[in-house]
Design a protein around this ligand. Structure first.
Ligand code: ZN
Length: 151
């Protein structure tokens, strides 16, 4: 079975859905971590807000403007992150990065990847990799960027 047909369909569906109804859209006033990201190639902009307590991501929201893929990617990311430890979040970033930068004919275990599997669809559109990656790079910055020191 060709995984890429599956993924392509899933990708379009999920991107459309999240673009139309972004999850966790907004700001967090008393956030512990935040960062902004900008993708010059496309003009995508994102602000990411997190509440991290005891190394666990309790709350995450994003705000921003951009193309469907950047917005959907941020939305999907926020749904994956809640309840994860910061180490798990970093591992997810690595996994995400592997998915979007690997050759299009490389197969993945969709079950194991879960929600991340959809990003394999981005490989079909190399120009969009930066759009899809923006939220994740912003996340890495946010994790390193505490708002207060007693976190
Ligand atoms: Zn974009």
């Amino acid at each position: 079975m060709s995984l890429s047909e599956n993924i392509k369909e899933l990708y379009q569906e999920v991107i459309l859905d999240h673009n139309k109804q972004p999850r966790n859209f907004g700001e967090i006033e008393n956030c512990t971590n935040k960062a902004s990201g900008f993708n010059q190639l496309c003009g995508d902009k994102i602000d990411l807000y997190l509440i991290i307590k005891d190394n666990i991501i309790q709350e995450v929201k994003f705000n921003g403007k951009g193309c469907a893929i950047s917005k959907a990617s941020a939305s999907i990311m926020t749904t994956i992150l809640k309840g994860k430890t910061t180490d798990e979040a970093r591992a997810l970033f690595e996994e995400f990065h592997n998915i979007v930068t690997s050759p299009t004919d490389e197969d993945f275990d969709e079950i194991e990847l879960g929600k991340l599997a959809v990003f394999a669809g981005v490989r079909e559109f190399p120009a969009r990799v930066k759009c899809a990656s923006l939220a994740w790079h912003t996340l890495m910055n946010a994790l390193d960027n505490n708002n207060n020191s007693n976190n």
